[in-house]
Every structure is written in C-alpha cells, then in structure tokens.
Design a protein around this ligand. Structure first.
Ligand SMILES: CC(=O)N[C@H]1[C@@H](O[C@@H]2[C@H](O)[C@H](O)[C@@H](O)[C@H](O)[C@H]2O)O[C@H](CO)[C@@H](O)[C@@H]1O
Ligand SMILES: [Zn+2]
Length: 296
C-alpha cells in the first residue's frame, strides 16, 4: 500500500500522558519492530493540575500555559518510546481539555466535551485515510475512568473508524480505508489487584496514599481480555516516558502517582479487548500481537 511501513498502528488518546500510562510499552515495542506508530492526542491537557511547585505558575487559573508546556512533555515522552508520528486532533489547541466531569470548563466553547462528535471526526478520518492503519487502539465507551475527554475520544475514534471506510463519506479526505482490528485499553482486575499488593508490600512507595483499583482505567474481569502485549523489555522506556510528563506524573521506581499523590503500580504488560475484527488466536486463547491475523 503506497510506500507505507508494512504494519501501521493508530492510537487515539485524550491528553498528553494517557498514551504513556496506557500503552507506553506497546508503542515502544512496535516502534522498535519497525511498525508505523501514530499517536493522535485530542487536547493539549490545558486543564490539568501541576505537580512540581516550580511549574505551578503554568496552571489554567494562573498563566494558563500548561497546554503548550505539555506539548513539550509529550514530545519528550515520544522520544523515549521511539515514536516519531504524533499529532493533535485538528492541530494543536483546536479542542481544549474539558476538565473533570461536571466542572464548569466542560461547557467552554472549545472544550472537547462540548464539541459535536461529527465536527471532530473529519480530522481523524483524514489521518486514517492517509496512514491506513490495520490496528486502532482507544478507550472503552466509559473512557476508562469516566473523564469526559476520554469518553469523547472513544466516540470520535469509533465514529471516525466507521466513516473512514464509507465510500460515500467525504472523498475529499482521501480514499476509503477499513481498519482491520479495533481494540479498547483494558486491565484485568486480577492483575490490578496483584499490582496493588506489590505496592502495599513496598510500603506504598513514597506516596502519601494508595489509589483504588477503580482509579485504574478500563478494569474488567480477565475473561474480557483478548490480547496481552508483554512489554517487559520496554518497561524502562515506558517509565522514562511517564517521567517526561512531569507536570502530571510522579514516578517512584515501578510505581507512580498522578497529581492526587495516590500511588499506583506501573504495568509493563499491557492488556486489550478486541472489539472489531477477527481474533488472531484460537478461541479461548489470548493474542500476543495486535497485528495477529492481519493480512500482510
Ligand atoms: C490521566 C488523565 O487522564 N489525567 C487528566 C486528568 O487529570 C486528573 C485531574 O487533574 C484530577 O483532578 C486529579 O485529581 C488527578 O490526579 C489528575 O490525574 O484531568 C485533567 C483535566 O482534564 C487532564 O489534564 C489530565 O490529563
Ligand atoms: Zn487523560
């Protein structure tokens, strides 16, 4: 197909930091294998909190310069993962971070949550039709943990995947392309529980508290998991990418905390649920490759 790499993976995320937390090892693994890894981030994370005191001036209720700063954090994180193709949906700053569910920022004019899905979708259709991914990764319908921008990123990603394949939809955005496999980010509850047991055994690391399992995005029963990607060889790259998001993530060895200072485990094996396309493993067995079963 054109002169594109043989394997092409597209990830759609809401804020700079989500990609490293959810898929850092997977992205590093496929980038190292020569696949094209394209990250689309829907906002700049303008409404985030700020962990380092010396950067507190960037906050949205102060200088409101957190968005541009996080663009730099994302670039540093991508360098750690070896990912060279990362884009903002509609260009940097088109859709603004909406804040947590229920805050007044949800209703701002440019808030991603306040955007009609069909106004955002064409920007992603154009990307899909230009890089022709065989695999798409995004959040489940609940956005992993209910953040409005995560829910909206799910909606835009799923709708764009559908319309990108429609022959009658906006041919000015490129030739139709059907994505072979679509996955949602998931975490088996049993693995999450084991991770928190490790954190407690380590005395909670250096964090003042420990997060709850339901703070981890996409936790489901292990029976829902179709695919696990063993990124052990890329654990240090994932951790380095998470450290690069210094305004949002505080890393302590194999553990981290967000700006709520509640410790969570870092997982080098990352889990997925195949929701569109044919599984690449026998019934009852998990895939160990997102491209399993995809025609070369
Ligand atoms: C991982 C993620 O999606 N982070 C979002 C989230 O940030 C959280 C938010 O600031 C919350 O108030 C804190 O308690 C929590 O610690 C943060 O992780 O929401 C932000 C605002 O929309 C967003 O910028 C950030 O990327
Ligand atoms: Zn997020």
């Amino acid at each position: 197909m054109k002169d594109l790499p043989a394997r092409r993976l597209l990830l759609v995320h809401a804020h700079p930091d989500d990609e490293s937390i959810n898929n850092g090892a997977t992205m590093a693994l496929y980038a190292a294998s020569g696949a094209q890894v394209t990250l689309v981030t829907c906002t700049l994370g303008e409404e985030g909190e700020v962990i380092p005191p010396d950067l507190a001036h960037l906050a949205p209720d102060r200088e409101d310069r957190l968005g541009p700063h996080r663009v730099g954090e994302l670039a540093a994180a991508m360098k750690e993962l070896g990912v060279t193709d990362h884009r903002f949906l509609g260009g940097p700053g088109r859709f603004r971070d909406s804040g947590m569910m229920g805050v007044p920022q949800n209703r701002r004019r440019r808030a991603f949550w306040n955007t009609d899905v069909d106004d955002a979708v064409p920007y992603l259709v154009e990307i899909i039709r230009s890089m022709c991914p065989q695999v798409l990764v995004t959040y489940d319908p609940g956005g992993g943990y209910g953040h409005p921008d995560h829910i909206q990123a799910h909606r835009v990603a799923m709708r764009a995947a559908e319309l990108a394949a429609e022959r009658a939809f906006r041919r000015d955005l490129g030739a139709p392309h059907a994505i072979a496999k679509i996955y949602w980010n998931r975490m088996p509850r049993s693995v999450a529980e084991e991770g928190f047991a490790r954190l407690r055994a380590a005395g909670g690391a250096d964090f003042p508290g420990i997060a709850e399992i339901d703070d981890i995005p996409g936790v489901v029963d292990a029976s829902e998991i179709t695919t696990e990607i063993d990124g052990t060889a890329y654990a240090e790259r994932k951790t380095a990418a998470m450290r690069a998001h210094a305004t949002q993530i505080d890393v302590d060895g194999p553990f981290f905390a967000l700006s709520n200072h509640l410790g969570q485990p870092i997982f080098a094996t990352e889990y997925y649920q195949l929701v569109r396309g044919e599984p690449g493993a026998p019934p009852g067995e998990r895939e160990h490759d997102l491209f399993a079963g995809v025609a070369a």
